[in-house]
Design a protein around this ligand. Structure first.
Ligand code: AMP
Ligand code: MN
Ligand code: MN
Ligand code: MN
Length: 301
């Protein structure tokens, strides 16, 4: 351990496709001495009651979050909402619709896998997932247990990813819809993992940011496991250029992606506490502005 105070603003629990409980993540954050930790399960806020209660009991600074998969010009991108009011009906109804689409897709994946000769049932899937947000890593875990694949990567590479025999697409919201609903719930909208390992895709990031910033994007992850130093500085430069907030996190998934650790990611991740403090301040200012907004409108009438 480096001794640097750091934060982790992107994690998954067993309420989506991670394996650790929300309180387990808080305990892990306390052990590591993280200055703040966010829970950002896919398309569900069902872990946040437990997460926030465990955080107050343990004295850990915790951020309620969610990660929403979106479709932008036929590409899947992910928007993380941080500091959300997770009981806000506009957000919870939006997420419920997304999970319905997930379930439709999951039935189609099941049928496809069965027709390909993999023995896997809906009951097994529901039991394995445990929570309300069921995804491909749950299929992968069952297929690995039954000996069809070596590990998660193998299951995705040979079967579950786009272009492979077990893939089925699902209807996804647009990033603008995700951003709107995150804002309605008082949160900040962050573009998650804008680039991937060893891809120096500056033009892609710029093109996407031109659209996402118009839709109200607040920030972007500049630190994420596997980002090269060149990618990090390119992303930090674009954060400044577009007046965004920098974010970062491990994308921890517990034993489903065992090489990625809470806080430290692949071993070299150190998301500075300043990312968090700047973000919290921006969120507070936003909240104060919206509280003041009705009065300002009345005065203008
Ligand atoms: P879903 O949301 O059900 O479509 O599943 C997407 C999840 O699967 C992501 O959040 C990752 O955790 C995992 N995943 C997606 N693509 C890959 C891949 N190529 N290799 C390994 N895991 C993946
Ligand atoms: Mn995932
Ligand atoms: Mn993601
Ligand atoms: Mn994630």
């Amino acid at each position: 351990m480096s001794g640097v105070i750091r934060v982790d603003l992107h994690t998954h629990s067993c309420l989506s496709d991670g394996t650790m409980s929300p309180s387990g993540i808080i305990a892990g954050a306390a052990n590591l001495g993280l200055a703040a930790v966010a829970l950002t399960d896919h398309d569900t806020v069902s872990g946040l009651d437990e997460f926030m209660a465990a955080a107050s009991a343990a004295g850990v600074e915790a951020v309620p979050g969610v990660e929403v998969s979106c479709s932008a010009s036929n590409r899947e991108i992910h928007i993380v909402g941080l500091f959300i009011d997770w009981k806000h009906s506009r957000l919870t109804e939006f997420l419920e619709g997304i999970r319905e689409q997930r379930n439709h897709r999951n039935s189609r994946i099941l049928a496809k896998l069965n027709s390909l000769g993999y023995a896997i049932s809906l009951e097994e899937l529901l039991e394995r997932a445990g929570g309300e947000s069921i995804g491909r890593p749950h299929f992968a875990a069952i297929l690995i247990e039954k000996g069809y694949f070596k590990d998660n990567q193998d299951a995705f590479e040979r079967c579950l990813k786009r272009g492979r025999p077990g893939f089925c697409r699902r209807e996804l919201p647009t990033p603008a819809e995700a951003i709107q609903h995150i804002h309605a719930a008082g949160g900040l909208a962050i573009w998650a993992h804008p680039v991937y390992r060893n891809k120096y895709a500056r033009s892609h990031v710029r093109g996407m940011l031109n659209k996402l910033t118009v839709a109200g994007l607040d920030g972007m992850e500049a630190m994420y496991p596997g980002f090269t130093p060149e990618q990090q500085s390119m992303l930090m430069e674009l954060v400044a250029h577009y007046h965004l907030l920098p974010s970062g996190g491990s994308d921890f998934h517990g034993e489903n992606i065992p090489q990625i650790k809470l806080g430290g990611g692949d071993g070299s991740l150190e998301v500075p506490v300043k990312f968090y403090t700047d973000m919290k301040q921006a969120w507070r200012e936003r909240a104060a502005e919206s509280a003041a907004a009705p009065a300002a409108v009345e005065e203008g009438l």
